[in-house]
Write a protein that binds this ligand. Structure first.
Ligand code: PMP
Length: 400
């Protein structure tokens, strides 16, 4: 009965790793996947995570019972505090509901499903370009996906004028997806002044912000700095949604731990919203997994562990920033034609190199370097040892 089923294409991002794994070359380099690697090219489990896990294992009173539908209470409370700030009036006034979800993706999906059921406007505007999963997540949640201009290939920076025009002509009430920091795939973020202009425009048109925060602390190295965009929108007393992921900033990728917060105007609204979120979650996966959320809660509630985390997080962010500098210098040393300053200006895990499809294909074929076909490279997958190989490949690709 399934013989008519056709072969589906690989996921454009995860498919890069599939191709990489098949390549026998000893010099192969995977810059496709957005996961942190050490200088030695190895995945990293943070020491603070090991410490928290040790505490959890030693605590014989812990059991493996189901969590409530909305997840671990401590985790939810602490996650809201982490993104909105410990002194957030919205939290103090109980206007925020937070539910534990399956990492960032699951949080976006639950938020999307909630909006499709209970919000009056179906359109969600996503930046062009954006993380490849966004359009699929929101379409399948039942929303109508539109785009707003974001990136200008000419300047390799923000198309701020285009962004303002497109949001300015969006229907009143439309949902707008915003990357809280470290925009994926471009690495281009608005400045604080530009954020303020975006906020004013959106509030004047009653556009509803839906923040995707997948890189808090990972962009600048500071948890507070990377949350400024979100906090600016919460400070004005208006509504917003925030999807948080602990995949990158705690290295908990496979634990699938994240949270969706919905900031409302009043406590009774937040409580009713939460009751409806439960109806979204229960038939989807019933309740979320316990282990990852317990690790996060253990770290966030302990002063010493929290401090240890911020140091390790900063070290990851700084290694990425140093890779940007090294790659930029290596291209300059080679005299590679073009202005490569965007490599050091962009922020977060990715550099949007500006290399085209053909150049990417050439680098994969001749240099065994794997990346998404839009020319996005994960800086976290680079090391001092591999920078020269990448710089040689880029140089060859653009001077061919
Ligand atoms: N949003 C953005 C912008 C991302 O880059 C990612 C991860 N690549 C996610 C959401 C979701 O990641 P996860 O589901 O692993 O938390």
């Amino acid at each position: 009965v399934f013989s008519h089923v056709v072969q589906a294409p690989e996921d454009p991002i995860l498919g890069v790793t599939v191709a990489y794994n098949k390549d026998p070359s000893p010099v192969k380099l995977n810059l496709g996947v957005g996961a942190y690697r050490t200088e030695e090219g190895k995945p990293l489990v943070l020491n603070v995570v090991r410490h928290a896990e040790q505490q959890l294992v030693n605590d014989r009173s812990r059991v493996k019972e189901y969590l409530p539908i909305v997840g671990l209470a401590d985790f939810n409370k602490l996650s809201a505090k982490l993104i909105l700030g410990a002194d957030s009036p919205a939290i103090r006034e109980n206007r925020v509901t937070t539910v534990q979800c399956l990492s960032g993706t699951g949080s976006l999906r639950v938020g999307g499903e909630f909006l499709a059921r209970h919000y009056h406007e179906r359109s969600i505007y996503i930046p062009l370009p954006t993380w490849g999963n966004h359009p699929k997540v929101f379409t399948l949640a039942g929303l109508s996906v539109k785009t707003y201009r974001y990136y200008d290939p000419k300047t390799r920076g923000l198309d701020f004028q285009g962004l303002l025009e497109d949001l300015g002509s969006a229907p009143s009430g439309a949902v707008v997806l915003l990357h809280a920091c470290a925009h994926n795939p471009t690495g281009v973020d608005p400045t604080p002044q530009q954020w303020e202009q975006i906020r004013q425009l959106m509030r004047s048109k009653a556009l509803l912000p839906f923040f995707d925060s997948a890189y808090q602390g990972f962009a600048s190295g500071s948890l507070d700095t990377d949350a400024q965009s979100v906090r600016m929108f919460v400070a004005d007393g208006g509504e917003c949604l925030v999807a948080q992921s602990y995949a990158k900033n705690m290295g908990l990728y496979g634990e699938r731990v994240g949270a969706l917060s919905i900031v409302c105007r009043a406590a009774d609204v937040a409580s009713r919203v939460e009751s409806q979120l439960k109806l979204v979650i229960r038939p989807m996966y019933s309740n979320p997994p316990i282990h990852g959320a317990s690790i996060v809660a253990t770290i966030l509630k302990d002063r010493n562990l929290f401090h240890e985390w911020t140091i390790e997080l900063k070290a990851m962010a700084e290694r990425i920033i140093s890779m940007r500098k090294q790659l930029f210098d290596a291209l300059r040393t080679r005299g590679t034609p073009g202005d490569w300053s965007h490599i050091i200006k962009q922020i977060g895990m990715f550099t949007f190199t500006g290399l085209n499809k053909e150049q990417v294909a050439f680098m994969t074929k001749e240099y065994h370097i794997y990346m998404t076909s839009d020319g996005r490279i994960s800086m976290a997958g680079l090391s001092s040892r591999t920078v020269p190989h990448l710089a040689d490949a880029i140089h060859a690709a653009v001077t061919r």
